[in-house]
Design a protein around this ligand. Sequence first.
Ligand SMILES: NC(=O)c1ccc[n+]([C@@H]2O[C@H](COP(=O)([O-])OP(=O)(O)OC[C@H]3O[C@@H](n4cnc5c(N)ncnc54)[C@H](OP(=O)(O)O)[C@@H]3O)[C@@H](O)[C@H]2O)c1
Length: 181
Amino acid sequence: MTTGHVFIATSLDGFIARRDDDLDWLMKHSTEGEDHGFVAMMASVDGLIMGKGTFQQVLSFEQGWPYEKPVVVMSRSLREKDIPDHLSGRVRLSDATPKVLMNQLNTEGWNRAYVDGEKVIQSFLAEGLIEDILLTRIPILIGEGLSLFGPVPHDIDLEHLETQSFPSGMVSSKYRVIREL
Ligand SMILES: NC(=O)c1ccc[n+]([C@@H]2O[C@H](COP(=O)([O-])OP(=O)(O)OC[C@H]3O[C@@H](n4cnc5c(N)ncnc54)[C@H](OP(=O)(O)O)[C@@H]3O)[C@@H](O)[C@H]2O)c1
């Protein structure tokens, strides 16, 4: 089965974006010379799975589309016409459930998927489809916004694997999700 992997940044109070999706607080600190593991993460996966909200946010980035690997956008409302022409063949839509999608990707040869987006991460976690989480905390409190972790159907135990701090004040921690056998 394809495994899901999360690589994400939150404010110290646990938000991944402001309520209006603004990420200004995320870009505030100089991180020159710091390696937070993004390149290694991208090299380790066969592609990305993201929610509609994250897809729309990434589309608005001034620097353009940042991913070389294939991207699956989970959405029940988007249609093919909503995918810009320049991303044709690189981005596809899926309205499958998380488990069905992971099975499909498995048959296509995906071993590891980068899972991104608030709601999509929460639903993959709830279904036991996430193997590990690399969480980078930004030294800022923003008070309110989109919370990375929401309600869970049951406790999800995590094993702390490592923590690294950076001159910028960012702190990255890696956790493995402990699955019940
Ligand atoms: N700080 C960071 O590192 C970071 C990383 C990623 C994203 N973000 C931010 O997070 C925000 C996007 O989050 P979001 O709340 O919009 O969540 P999201 O997970 O990106 O998108 C959620 C949408 O995906 C669709 N979807 C389809 N299947 C789903 C499923 N099984 N479970 C959940 N959603 C499913 C739904 O849209 P339909 O109605 O079309 O089905 C749902 O509304 C953006 O502001 C983005 O910038 C921040």
